[in-house]
Design a protein around this ligand. Structure first.
Ligand SMILES: Cc1ncc(COP(=O)(O)O)c(C=O)c1O
Length: 369
């Protein structure tokens, strides 16, 4: 049984937990990911919540935890290429780590993917192609895996179970870090935005391991902040498999905009006695703006879902006033500025005089001296 007292202090990356990952540290393709800070934020729920700020990772999202482990494995087995079907952050992370490993990277995405993230993928030298339908992306990927041995980091068949299981192991380090940073008294609740539930399931697995090793007493109740309502429907209707939920319009939270949750996410919620909360665009924009303007944290729109979910749970008294709550801030606001439709992020042009500055401050921003 591993001893938590033997966790090394270095490297200051998630690879300090290499003993519990499928790849040893000698084979790690690392950019210094993980070991992200926890900061306090007020204004959501009752007491200050703790925020695990994953925007501080090398490609500014928590997907680096998956990519570092998956690409390390791919390099170890001599994969000829990394391939992924991604709308954004997973593709950007795969591209960065593939570049670091010296392996070609192919990203199949779709036309509406956020411009900044596609540019990020390209900047690492990834070959980025758009294919309209997710189903077609998966078919192409599975053919290339079969024929050329490309190494997939994303799902490539449906209904999706999740991304590459080797990569998902990387998310266990979120749980290890949260426990260690909490002095082994884990939060009552951990809330995160969910798409395929890779991070949700990986975190649950990490907490579960630590319980079995005697490092912590209990698993936090895990909460999936979702936009589809699929996981919520599975819980409400006591289904084994989350159903596909059709919607009239796309969510502004591109990164988590799927119509169907996964079995692994549903299981993680059941096993941790957690729940799913479905959120609409208005709740996401409100939470995103509140976070940036009152806490100085700029988050990708999908990341705001965790904070909106905490508001919902607190208003329903499901989260109690004294409960310790942690939100996982999954990606930086730099990823999708200007995509929520309501953002006014441009600077105002004024005449070069103090009076016109004061006039604009008052008229446009309501600021009076
Ligand atoms: C910023 C962000 N948050 C959350 C998620 C959900 O990830 P998962 O598939 O682990 O549920 C994604 C997935 O793409 C993402 O990019």
């Amino acid at each position: 049984m591993p001893d938590r007292g033997n966790i090394p202090a270095t490297p200051s990356s998630l690879w300090k937990y290499a003993d519990f990952l499928p790849v040893g540290i000698d084979n790690a393709v690392s950019l210094g990911e993980g070991c992200t800070p926890i900061v306090n934020v007020e204004g959501f729920g009752h007491k200050p919540i703790r925020v695990k700020d994953e925007s501080r990772n090398p490609t500014w999202s928590f997907k680096d935890r998956l990519a570092t482990v998956a690409v390390s494995w791919a390099r170890m087995i001599g994969a000829p290429a990394i391939a992924t079907s991604s709308t954004g952050n997973a593709g950007a992370a795969a591209a960065a780590y593939a570049a670091r490993a010296g392996i070609p990277c192919i990203v199949l995405t779709y036309k509406g993917a956020a411009g900044a993230i596609v540019a990020q993928m390209r900047s690492y030298g990834a070959m980025v192609l758009t294919v309209p339908e997710m189903q077609d992306r998966w078919t192409i990927l599975s053919q290339a895996i079969e024929e050329f041995g490309w190494f997939p980091t994303s799902p490539f068949f449906g209904p999706a179970v999740g991304s590459n299981p080797i990569g998902i192991e990387g998310y266990k380090t979120l749980a290890y870090e949260i426990a260690e940073q909490s002095n082994w008294n884990v939060p009552d609740w951990c809330v995160l935005p969910v798409c395929y539930g890779d991070a949700l399931f990986g975190m649950w697995k990490g907490f579960d391991e630590m319980i079995r090793w005697g490092w912590i007493d209990a698993c936090p109740r895990l909460v999936a902040a979702e936009v589809s309502g699929s996981l919520s429907a599975a819980a409400d209707q006591n289904l084994d498999m989350p159903p596909a939920v059709s919607r009239n319009s796309k969510s502004i939270a591109n990164s988590i905009d799927v119509t169907r949750g996964t079995f692994q996410a549903h299981e993680a919620l059941k096993r941790s006695h957690g729940c799913a909360i479905a959120l609409d665009d208005t709740a996401l924009v409100d939470a995103k703006n509140k976070l940036a303007r009152t806490s100085g944290l700029s988050v990708e729109t999908s990341s705001a879902a965790a904070f909106a979910a905490i508001d919902v749970l607190a208003s329903r008294n499901i989260i109690g006033p004294e409960d310790n709550v942690l939100a996982v801030l999954t990606a930086s606001g730099l990823k999708d500025y200007g995509t929520s439709g309501t953002d006014r992020l441009e600077a105002l042009e004024v005449d070069p005089s103090l009076s016109s500055v004061l006039g604009a401050l008052s008229n446009a921003y309501g600021f009076h001296v």
